[in-house]
Design a protein around this ligand. Structure first.
Ligand SMILES: [Zn+2]
Length: 336
């Protein structure tokens, strides 16, 4: 049974390199960039090994960036991660992501039961953007949340088989993540190689981890709406709240990502949480000085992240105008 389409609601599509990001595009092109001949050989790395290496930067993360974020907001960084050292970010991730699958392993993922009755609400979930193939840009997705939602709507406990494991999906905190082709070390644009800083990939991992939280379980009304919905768009647009799994919504008309489920209705959704980490990483890059390219790319990531949050101003969210982030899991399925 396919899961790729549904998973788009729990994923991160990395577009800043593909589309540019507002004015930062110009900054990037003027920054000192490695030329193709100077760049390391482009060998595709196993994303799991790359992620493990990326997370190691947290061992020596400067606390100046997190402290700066707290100082310019109502302690938004501490509210999310609990403290300023990199170990807090690592704990946030480990609490929410326990398994990760490479692209070839995803092909062998098995669901039990193989068929479920209510599936129309998943239709056409990936994108209705006509000119953009996002599959190459998809960095990572939270499979656990996607299958949790499938189980909740069908009032069934879905079991996943992978890597000799058999795991019943009773909560999005089961923490199963898949990698896409977009989780990579380099980007090639017009023959030029751009190195993607590891902090950007860590912000992706933090984003995915947030999808493992369920702050408001699906109500009976939500489940009924899902069962009647003819498409993913209809289901998402009718949902009262999207903070169980922090499911993404379609970006609206006129938005840079129009037609892609790459925006958030919730103030403290996956884009906000990943962006708060990226804010701290940007501040750290500035504090260390010297690497204009890295600072510009991280800054573009922050601008990009904030652009995904609909209806509310990021500054107001960070200053607590819309309440504090709820970081709990209350979505355990008890039925069956
Ligand atoms: Zn996501």
């Amino acid at each position: 049974m396919p899961f790729e389409k549904l998973s788009f609601h729990f994923c991160l599509v990395i577009l800043i390199f593909a589309l540019g990001c507002n004015s930062n595009r110009n900054e990037l092109s003027e920054s000192p960039l490695p030329s193709p001949t100077q760049a390391p050989t482009l060998i595709e790395q196993d994303p799991r090994a790359l992620a493990a290496s990326d997370l190691r930067i947290l061992d020596t993360m400067d606390t100046r960036g997190p402290r700066w974020v707290d100082s310019v907001t109502k302690k938004a960084y501490s509210k999310v991660f609990g403290g300023h050292t990199g170990s807090y970010v690592l704990d946030f991730f480990k609490e929410r992501i326990k398994h990760s699958l490479s692209i070839p392993e995803l092909a062998h993922l098995q669901q039990r039961p193989p068929e479920l009755p209510f599936m129309k609400w998943e239709q056409d979930a990936e994108t209705d953007h006509k000119s953009l193939d996002v599959s190459d840009l998809l960095a990572a997705f939270n499979i656990g949340s996607a299958f949790y939602l499938r189980g909740a709507i069908n009032e069934a406990i879905v079991t996943l088989r992978f890597l000799n494991l058999e795991i019943p999906i009773t909560t999005p905190r089961v923490g199963i993540m898949g990698f896409g082709k977009g989780y990579r070390k380099f980007e090639m644009i017009g023959g030029q190689v751009y190195v993607i800083p590891p902090e950007i990939r860590v912000s992706i991992l933090v984003h995915e981890a947030r999808h493992s939280d369920c702050s408001t379980p699906y109500s009976i009304e939500d489940i009924q709406k899902a069962r009647k919905a003819e498409s993913a768009r209809q289901f998402i647009e009718e949902l009262e709240r999207t903070d169980c799994g922090y499911v993404h919504t379609f970006c609206p008309k006129g938005h840079a990502y129009e037609g892609i489920p790459a925006c958030d209705k919730e103030p403290w959704g996956a884009y906000m949480i990943g962006t708060i980490y990226a804010m701290a990483a940007t501040a750290n890059s500035i504090a260390k000085g010297g690497d204009e390219y890295k600072t510009a790319v991280l800054d573009a990531t922050v601008v990009d992240g904030f652009s995904r949050i609909l209806d509310k101003k990021p500054k107001e969210i960070l200053n607590g105008a819309h309440g504090d982030p709820i970081l709990t899991d209350t979505g355990t399925l008890k039925h069956q």
